[in-house]
Design a protein around this ligand. Sequence first.
Ligand code: C2E
Ligand code: MG
Ligand code: MG
Ligand code: MG
Length: 292
Amino acid sequence: HAKNCGKNNAKLYSSSLTMQIMSHVQLEVGLRKALQNGELYLLYQPQIDVGSATIVSVEALVRWRHPERGIISPTEFIPLAEETGLIVPIGEWVLRTACQQARLWQHGDDRPLRIAVNLSAKQFKDENLSQIVQSALQDSGMPAGLLELELTEGTLMDDARATMQTLERLRSIGVYLSIDDFGTGYSSMNYLKRFNVSALKIDRSFITGLPQDSENAAITRAIIAMAHGLKLNVVAEGVETGEQLQMLEQYGCDMVQGYYLGHPSPPENIALMLANRPVLDGSDSARAGKFP
Ligand code: C2E
Ligand code: MG
Ligand code: MG
Ligand code: MG
C-alpha cells in the first residue's frame, strides 16, 4: 500500500514538474518570437536631480505583452533571455528603441536629457557591444554623452581584465556609465576606484526602510559619502515617500528615482512631464515647493 502511495506521489510530482518544464519551454519558444511579433515594449521612469527638481535622465524598462499570459515582468523573462542568449537581440532592440525615443523627446528642446538602458552580463561580454552601441547612437542621432548604460556589480566583477577593456571601449565612445543596484553585489573598492564610471545607483533595498531603519540610513549615508569622495554622482532608487526624499536631500544625494517621483510610464507621459519641466532660474523661489 505504502508503495502505491509513493508511486502516486511520484506521478503527481512528475506531472507538476512536467508542467513547470512545459511552461518554461513554452515561455522560451514564446520569447523567441516576442521580438518579431512586436510583443515587447518599453516603459520609462524619470530620474530627478534633487537640487533643481528636474528630470535629468529617463530609464527604459522592458515589458512583454504575452498573447495569452498578459503582461510579463522583466524579473521573470530577463533571466530566461540571459540563459538562452536571447538577451543579445532583445537588448539591442531595447537600446535602439530607447535612443530613438529619447531623440523624439529631445526634438526642439535644448535641455539635455539622458536615456538610461540596463545592460545584462551577456550583453556586456558580447564582443560586438561597442559596435552595437555606436550604431544605435549613429542611427538615432543621439549624442554619446546622453546615453547612460547601467551595469551591475556582478557584471563588472566577473572578469576584471575583460571588464576594464570593455569599460575603456565604452568610455572612449563617450557614454555615461552607472552601477545599478549598488550595494547588493560584491564590489571590490579597489576596482571601483579604477572602473571610471560616472554614477552609483543605491539599491532600492537600502532606501525602502528609510527614514526609520537606522542601519539602512547609515549605509545610505556611507555610500553617498564614498561616491562623492570618488567624484561619482549618486542616485537613490526606489524612493516612495516624501520623508525618504527629504532624508536623501539632507544626505546630499544627487538624484532620485522611484514611485514618489514617477512610475515607469509610456512615452507620452514622459513627454508631458518634460513639457512641464520648470524653467530654472536658480533662485530659492524656483526651488520652493519643487517636489510633488
Ligand atoms: P532595475 O534596473 O534596478 O530597475 C528598477 C526596478 O525597480 C524596476 O522594476 C522599477 O519598475 C522598479 N521600481 C522603480 N521605482 C520603484 C519604487 O519606488 N518602488 C518599487 N517597489 N519598485 C520601484 P522592473 O521594471 O520590473 O525591472 C526589474 C529589473 O529588470 C530591472 O531592475 C533590471 O535589472 C531588469 N530590466 C528591466 N528592463 C531591462 C532591459 O531592458 N534589459 C535588461 N538587461 N534588464 C532589464
Ligand atoms: Mg536599472
Ligand atoms: Mg536597480
Ligand atoms: Mg536590477
